[in-house]
Ligand binder design. Structure first.
Ligand SMILES: *Cc1c(COP(=O)(O)O)cnc(C)c1O
Length: 375
């Protein structure tokens, strides 16, 4: 088994794995499960500082993004797609799939969205039903200030869908303060569960918008309205993946018990960046570095596949390459959730140093030592 220091999935704590292996009841008809599920969703809302309800859906993070778009988009709706990263742009595909008309607001992928520039854009164009924005766009590692962006959009009566799949728990998230309408999360990132679940937190305004649609939602599995009354009617649209949710609950409790989880991520992330820069490697971003993933440029003349292969073969460590327009150009170290610990980060940085040296890159510093000094 490799040590997975990827941008998701992340490593999973033993108590989460154990919870998934316990005997279980029939989640369709055992009323105890409805209580357990509701308590788990309530704890999630609490940790996200939300007075709105959350729901856990069986399906990976992508399901949450698709469910948000499926449930809000009516044919012909204009939707603003805030695009400063690969996931950001990707929302346009879901919107088109459900008959909407995505309008891209594109900005430099090396930086967060500039609020003043977005303001200028909205002054000219604001007749959107909703907007999509990514909190932490993992391919570049950029973090967008969604707590400022979404209230701005809201002031134009634009609903917001926020992808914080790779943000929440490593980055500050406050649903009420951000005035988000649908916030999407995933089990396999900073929460440190195995892949398989998505979480959505849904505002009153979003539910009102879905309920007042003229066209029906063109999906069953991705129809958020099919979930929202589960507790009153004691019915889920499908059999809930109970073992996954048992593990999820323990992971959520792990998060709840930690005094300052965001601070731990921030500390690890800034020391990681210092180490990489000291070694002569280059960060992809100019600003807006996330706490959860650090993205570095592949040096010229070196093949990213060779770096990834040597890290696996010689050090038993897996980090992420990239895809789409960044394929082969950057490498990503995921330090979110259980990955965000000193020992694993030292291991990955010293391994990366050795690998880079072997491949001919003039490594200028002992990265693990620089990391330690900057913690
Ligand atoms: C991981 C991730 C998702 C979900 O992707 P899955 O493949 O379903 O896990 C969505 N958005 C972002 C920004 C992510 O990092």
């Amino acid at each position: 088994m490799y040590k997975i220091m990827t941008a998701g999935p992340t490593q999973v704590r033993k108590n989460v794995l154990e919870a998934r292996s316990l005997p279980f009841t029939n989640p369709d008809i055992d009323l105890e499960f409805y209580e357990f599920y509701k308590e788990t969703c309530d704890l999630l809302s609490k940790l996200l500082h939300s007075s709105s309800p959350s729901f856990i859906l069986g399906g990976e993070g992508i399901l949450g993004l698709e469910a948000a778009c499926a449930s809000l988009t009516e044919p012909g709706d204009k939707v603003l797609v805030i695009d400063n990263g690969i996931f950001g742009k990707g929302f346009a595909d879901f919107i088109k799939l459900y008959g909407g008309d995505p309008v891209l607001y594109t900005s430099d992928y090396h930086k967060p969205v500039d609020l003043d520039d977005l303001k200028g854009f909205l002054e000219e164009n604001s007749d959107f039903k909703y907007a999509t924005v990514v909190h932490c766009d993992t391919p570049s590692g950029v973090i967008n200030d969604v707590h400022k962006i979404c209230p701005l959009l809201k002031s134009y009566n634009i609903l917001t869908v926020v992808d914080s799949v790779a943000g929440m728990f490593g980055e500050y998230v406050n649903f009420d303060e951000g005035q988000f309408d649908i916030l999407c999360g995933g089990s396999q990132k900073a929460l440190s569960c195995p892949p398989g679940l998505t979480m959505i937190t849904v505002s009153e305004d979003a539910i009102t918008s879905m309920k007042s649609r003229k066209a029906p939602i063109a999906s069953y599995y991705a129809n958020i309205l099919n979930y929202i009354d589960y507790y009153d009617v004691k019915w889920f649209p499908y059999t809930m993946p109970i073992s996954d949710i048992k593990g999820f609950r323990v992971a959520l409790e792990n998060v709840a018990k930690e005094k300052d989880i965001v601070e731990r991520h921030k500390r690890i992330a800034q020391a990681t960046r210092k180490a990489l820069v000291a070694s002569g490697l280059e960060l992809y971003l100019e600003s807006g570095y996330s706490n959860n993933v650090t993205v570095l440029n592949v040096p010229e003349g070196i093949d990213s596949d060779d770096i990834l292969a040597d890290l696996k073969d010689s050090h038993n460590i897996m980090i992420s390459g990239c895809f789409d327009i960044l394929a082969g150009k950057v490498l990503r170290i995921g330090h979110m959730g259980e990955n965000a610990n000193v020992a694993d980060m030292e291991a990955v940085l010293s391994a990366l140093g050795e690998t880079m040296k072997k491949l001919g890159f003039p490594v200028k510093a002992d990265m693990a030592a620089v990391f330690r000094e900057n913690l």
